[in-house]
Design a protein around this ligand. Structure first.
Ligand SMILES: [Cu+2]
Length: 699
């Protein structure tokens, strides 16, 4: 078989050349000449984190394909020197224009790199104060939006800045939310036609969601759309009458909007209602939380669709919406899809918000205290993750999705950590498949009996035991966009719903990263694993593909993630097909957790009265990197001290309510005297995946 790659004009005319690949085997010329086939409109750039305004994360580049992907090798690796430390996550997708790659870090620093060599062109330091506490789950930034001469960045401190694309010089800065009020910006902006659109997060902190449109030239706000309506606005009837619940009702916007320039609509999805788990104080459907929304360019609502009514499970719709055109029941339709934490992909008609395939409302179990909604939407098709929980020790039942809870413990997955959390899914027009990333991560839910105070941080759940030993898992699922059914699925032991997401290419490949440090390529048609590369840190950021001088590259940031627990780092890797010199794969990093809590068989019980807290773990033997432990033992009557060396505030809170240090700020200590022998398991209230154990002996 002979593949012929014809020269493509990239800025300058590049001489046409050929490579041949015989029976899928490499040839000696592979490293010398590789030009991209001139597919019409081939996107040599990757102009936004979602790849294009439709957020499809699909590239028409096809130079790298299932036959030659084994020759894909690391050709440059740049350490950014930013975002290093356990409080940071690297969730940014590189964006590429005119041979320059732009990437952010969890510190909101921006770097412009030569996309062919990785050389730094310029850098922008956000210089954020370490005092900021409003980022719920570590500091992260999902990337920049590009205009002709500018780029735009949202920051943890609630500000949006515009930078000169050529120099990184700051052009304007606008505060759109106040971090002191619990808000943070982690989403990438979307730029279109002179306007920057961006949302803010903070639903855990009783914030009120909004999407803001800014003038790209001046930075002046054109409008804010509040996702929770004020009294007398449409939708207000779904909140308690005569209350201020709407001011802290959640519905925050975690991800970048998609735009349909023809229909002149902006699309985005919203987070859960706030307080997260306490439905008692907000009876009603709680519009427009956990919803997909379409706004007109003047900021008025065109339509909405609510994925979860009166959400008490923290079922944020936090993965970006994807616009697609597909044949459904024999008819071409303009679609929009969002992969939910519920595990379903919600497919709607993007002209009017009506389901493309039936989404019947079904009766669900009820709890009067929680004011549960009588029905929930059940999309036609398949879920990408199990929707009933696997029984584990102390949790013998197998409750299914939408099981309510109150003052009794319910172990649930999917829960607030997926299905699909904030990772983006790709759509390939070539296969007509969505590629949805998913997680299996069960949590124990129980409402606490204390009165709720607006502003309580993640604190409306009662202290609960961890389902120790429960296995974590992840899925990449190809979902047929015409039927919403599974075409293929791969399973891993790693959390993927809050990891890298997917990238699809016309070469017939799907790329995704894993928290174990590998970037992986699957065959887009059948899910066969074709290639993997160890980067040395968690690949929990989306990959990107682009072409420079006729050569297709794949780039990804490997910097780890505080939620998946993967290894931190500061690298950006780029790969291309080559027989020539390549960078060696990195050493395998310490692996992320694949079971919940400490490993009873592996974690030693360390004799110490001091526990170090980092973002986001407890350490009883911090000097021993090879055998980290979260368990310690003391004699009865001993005072145990927790020292917080992390930047985030943490607690040590007993699973049974036996003790609570309260919030320990950076550099501060919390102490508890243990007066009775026993085994005391504990966790961190704002970060319930942090777990530890104190074993108190009688003498
Ligand atoms: Cu914590």
């Amino acid at each position: 078989m002979l593949f012929r790659f014809i020269g493509l004009i990239v800025g300058l005319l590049v001489a046409a050349a050929f490579i041949s690949v015989a029976s899928g085997r490499s040839v000696a010329t592979l490293g010398i000449v590789t030009n991209v086939q001139p597919a019409p409109g081939a996107n040599t750039d990757w102009s936004s984190v979602g790849g294009a305004l439709n957020n499809q994360r699909y590239s028409t580049l096809n130079q790298i394909n299932p036959k030659n992907v084994r020759h894909l090798k690391g050709v440059w690796l740049t350490h950014l020197g930013s975002g290093l430390g356990s409080k940071y996550s690297q969730e940014a997708a590189p964006v590429v224009k005119d041979g320059i790659l732009y990437i952010t870090t969890g510190a909101d620093d921006v770097f412009a790199l030569d996309a062919a060599t990785g050389h730094k062109k310029w850098m922008y330091h956000a210089h954020l104060s370490d005092d900021i506490t409003s980022a719920c789950c570590g500091w992260d930034n999902r990337g920049v939006a590009l205009a002709d001469n500018k780029l735009f960045l949202g920051r943890i401190d609630g500000k949006v800045v515009a930078l000169d694309r050529a120099t990184g010089r700051e052009l304007w800065k606008t505060k759109i939310v106040e971090w002191h009020d619990g808000y943070a910006i982690t989403a990438a902006p979307t730029y279109y036609d002179g306007t920057v659109y961006i949302g803010a997060s903070g639903g855990e902190n009783a914030a009120r969601g909004r999407l803001t449109a800014l003038d790209a030239t001046t930075g002046k706000a054109r409008w804010h759309f509040f996702t929770v309506p004020a009294p007398n606005q449409p939708g207000a009837e779904t909140w308690p009458r005569d209350s201020k619940a709407y001011l802290h009702g959640g519905g925050t916007v975690w991800n970048h909007p998609a735009i349909d320039p023809e229909l002149k609509l902006i699309y985005f999805a919203t987070g859960n209602a706030s307080p997260n788990f306490n439905g008692a104080v907000r009876p009603g459907a709680n519009l427009y939380t956990s919803s997909i929304l379409a706004l007109r360019f003047d900021g008025t609502l065109a339509w909405y669709y609510q994925e979860v009514h009166h959400d008490i499970w923290d079922f944020d719709a936090s993965s970006p919406v994807v616009l697609f055109d597909a044949r459904v029941n024999g008819e071409m339709r303009k679609g929009i899809a969002e992969a939910g934490k519920t595990g379903w992909v919600y497919m709607l008609d993007r002209t009017n918000g009506k389901p493309l395939l039936a989404i019947p409302e079904r009766a669900v179990p009820q709890n009067a205290n929680q004011h549960t909604a009588s029905t929930q939407p059940y999309p036609t098709g398949d879920a990408t993750v199990p929707q009933c929980t696997e029984p584990v020790k102390n949790f013998p039942g197998s409750p299914c999705i939408f099981t309510p809870f109150w003052h009794q413990q319910v172990l649930l997955s999917p829960s607030f950590e997926g299905g699909t959390v904030y990772s983006p899914m790709a759509y390939s027009p070539q296969t007509n498949y969505f590629y949805a990333p998913g997680s299996y991560w069960p949590f124990v839910l129980m409402e606490k009996s204390l009165p709720y105070k607006p502003g309580d941080i993640n604190d409306d759940l009662a202290p609960v035991p961890e389902p120790l030993g429960a296995k974590l898992g992840g899925t990449i699922t190809a979902i047929d966009a015409s039927t919403n059914k599974i075409a293929w699925q791969v399973k891993t032991k790693y959390l993927l719903g809050e990891s890298s997401g997917t990238l699809a290419t016309a070469g017939g490949l799907v790329f995704t990263g894993q928290p174990d440090g590998n970037l992986i390529a699957y065959n887009a048609n059948d899910g066969t694993k074709l290639w993997q590369w160890q980067t040395g840190a968690g690949v929990d950021a989306p990959a990107t593909t682009y072409a420079v001088n006729g050569q297709q590259y794949v780039a990804v940031a490997a910097g780890g993630n505080s939620v998946t627990g993967s290894h931190n780092g500061d690298a950006v890797w780029a790969f291309k097909l080559t027989n020539g010199p390549a960078i060696a794969q990195a050493k395998v990093p310490p692996g992320p957790p694949t079971v919940i809590g400490f490993r009873e068989d592996l974690d030693p019980v360390v004799k110490t009265a001091t526990v170090q807290i980092q973002d986001f773990s407890y350490l009883t033997n911090p000097g021993n990197r090879d055998a980290p432990s979260t368990r310690n033992t003391v004699k009865v009557g001993t005072k145990v001290t927790w020292i917080n060396l992390g930047d985030q505030p943490h607690t040590a809170t007993s699973d049974t309510g036996a003790f609570d240090t309260g919030s320990i700020l950076h550099g501060h200590k919390g102490t508890v005297v243990f007066r009775r022998p026993g085994v005391y398991r504990y966790h961190c209230t704002p970060h319930p995946w942090m777990t530890g154990e104190v074993v108190v002996t009688s003498s």
